[in-house]
Design a protein around this ligand. Sequence first.
Ligand SMILES: *Cc1c(COP(=O)(O)O)cnc(C)c1O
Length: 496
Amino acid sequence: MYEEQAHSGKLTNYLRELGTYLDSYLEFDQPDAMANVDHWRNALNQPLPDRGVGLDHVLKELGQTVIPNGSQIPRPGCTSFITTGASSAGILTGLAASVAAPQRIGLHAFNLLEEVSLTWLSDLFQLRPEMKGVYCSGGSVANLLALGAARQWTFENQGVNPAEDGVTKPCRIYATDVSHRTIHRAAAVLGMGRKAVASIPTDAQGRMIPEALEEQIKADAKHNRIPVAIVATAGITSTGAIDFLSPLAAIARKNNIWFHVDGAYGLPGILDPKVKALYQGLEFADSVIVDPHKWLGASVGIGAAFVRDRSLLSRAFAQGEADYLEGSFTDDNIQNSMDSMGIPYQDFGVELSSPSRGAVVWALLREIGKEGMQTRVCRHNAMAKQIAKRAISHPKLELLQEPTLSICCFRYVTENEIIDNTQDITEDNEQNLNKLNRLIHRQLVHNGENIPSTAMINGKLAIRPCFIGARTDWHFADSLVDEVLRIGQDLDSNLT
Ligand SMILES: *Cc1c(COP(=O)(O)O)cnc(C)c1O
């Protein structure tokens, strides 16, 4: 019986063993999980065990069967998702927090680091000092919290408490077709409904057109819709473009509408002097979100929402008194870390139990500082520019959108036809190119060295690398372009 062991045993030896397995995984010289799928599916897909096998055995299975068949996402050449493999400081501190502070509440060092690191983030991204934050699981929930604050403020101005009474009138949230879909989900969860989200027309780069926003606001006013928020994106997920923050902020102020900036991916871009000017207007944001589990290199599960008045979050999300905690805490005569809950983060969002995420962000910034983060962001942005430069100068490549941040959308082009088609010539060729680039992308994924994603840019299928991981360095910009050319030319020579 191994029940006893769950309570005892030193971590040191286990950590050493786990470390060996993980280091070997991070060499990325093993085949992809699907290469021996039958083996691990059969080994792992077992019925609930009656008797335990003990931790030694579990660790062995973890190291031999689970870890080697993990994800491709942490690979330095994997640029498809905006989330990446965590950097070592994030991994280690996340582990430490799970041991020493399994909850962020209480008067202990981890609770303090929640606030310290939120303040660091706010300083790093040059938010106004009154912007206060809260951690949550990622950009999805961060957008939900920010829009919850927006809803609270808007309805309180009308004499209604939406947290108590619900949404009493039809609402409007102003976004675009390329806004992240979590905005729509947040609108649904907050009782405003997905249809409350208006898609304001955009320019060729997907940026909201300010004049079109003003028109829509006027039209909605006639129909008595309550404007709840204007949602700008700093770092659009598909292309990295940044909305015109200043004019959008001005429209928000003129119409007394909450101004939200979704910087889940792109907020750290403000550290790059070459694009910093595009963040003008951020200082007028009522709420801003950023995902430390994207550019900062935290392990997945860490987002942050900043709001100009955290009491709005409290009024929107506090769970209220509960018998099961009644009398457990006191705010006078504090002597013990369990006397008080500390800053009541549990009331600023939708999680009561929550890991201590602040320590992870603290460690990341403590390790490399503002300068280190800046170097990483500038390197990744320059890598996207490098791809753009090669795409412009090579006759077989086409740049589909000038990069703003660390995303570059480009494609392989040829005059040769892949499919027989009787439709008009230009459309034929566009369909051919989309098909060809889809094939190139599949081949890239299967080769495994460079794994970008694809994105549709005005009807054209782009190869879309997003450089974001701490381990992703210069080599991967050129190696991706070289590989696209190699695969493209191979396919090309087999066409008619
Ligand atoms: C990634 C992303 C989100 C969603 O964040 P998750 O952490 O995946 O929940 C929201 N908005 C933007 C702009 C993003 O890039």
